[in-house]
Write a protein that binds this ligand. Structure first.
Ligand SMILES: [Fe+2]
Length: 269
């Protein structure tokens, strides 16, 4: 992992564990305070139409959106280049890291499989179903955006949590894209996730971006409350807040290596 978060995340786990042990051993904490120790559940959101099929080449155009098929080839955490090709994905690089936790107990979930996918920096999915408007005017500047494929973007990634339930991804900020130009509907930049763990229901959601250095940050924040997926999922403002990740430069203030965001998924048992 290029960025060490071991110390911070272990301390969080220890703090959480200490609280739960204190509750069990001493019986001093009320039920309410025990609940306060638990992470708030990550809201579910829809899979979307562009989930890839299994078995194709990494940059093949996918046709099948069957959600039960895992990806076998896009199987690493760095989406910013395609193996065997010289060149890097277009767009602002970001690192997303955190833990997968059990929402009921607060405990980390080891060996959970996270599959992440998104559009390219110009908002185009690597999927045959994404045949809509390929060029559109930026709603604020009027500048034409060409929704193009990026041969250096991996589009899908997979991470498996370690014993502390930790994961990380390196990717780019996907472009926002139009849903209905006439109606002025756009989807804000987002990452899709499918999380699998043995003997439990697959968990599906989407995460959004916020931060001074995020491309189109102001527009993205404006789009969020009226986003079709967020509205369809019935997310209250407080729940919307729980699927937005703040990205910032590293401790030295540099963004050249990529912005950093932290996110803990809290999913059902
Ligand atoms: Fe999407």
């Amino acid at each position: 992992m290029p960025i060490s978060s071991d110390h911070i995340t272990r301390r969080r786990v220890l703090t959480r564990s200490a609280g739960i042990v204190g509750f069990i051993m001493g019986g001093l904490l009320t039920h309410t305070s025990f609940a306060a120790l638990l992470p708030k559940p990550t809201p579910r959101q829809s899979l979307g139409p562009f989930f890839p099929d299994d078995g194709d080449e990494v940059d093949a155009i996918r046709e099948n959106s069957n959600p039960d098929l895992p990806i076998s080839q896009a199987n690493d955490q760095d989406l910013t280049f395609v193996k065997g090709r010289k060149g890097k994905a277009k767009g602002q690089v970001v690192y997303l890291r955190g833990q997968v936790l059990d929402a009921k107990t607060g405990q980390p979930i080891p060996n959970a499989v996270l599959i992440m996918w998104s559009a390219s920096a110009t908002g185009r999915y690597n999927h045959k179903g994404d045949e809509g408007t390929h060029n559109f005017p930026h709603p604020k500047t009027g500048k034409i955006i060409h929704r193009t494929h990026d041969e250096h973007f991996q589009y899908w990634g997979k991470a498996i949590t370690n014993l502390q339930g930790e994961y990380w991804f390196k990717t780019i900020v996907p472009g926002f894209y139009p849903i209905d130009l006439k109606a002025g509907l756009y989807r804000p930049s987002h990452l899709h996730f499918k999380i699998l763990r043995p003997n439990t229901q697959t968990f599906v959601t989407q995460l959004y971006f916020r931060g001074d250095h995020i491309p189109n940050n102001e527009l993205n924040q404006e789009l969020l409350p009226n986003d079709v997926v967020i509205l369809d999922a019935g997310l209250l403002p407080e729940e919307q807040e729980r699927v937005i990740v703040d990205y910032a430069p590293d401790a030295s203030g540099k963004i050249t290596n990529g912005l950093i965001g932290n996110y803990h998924f809290a999913i059902p048992s």
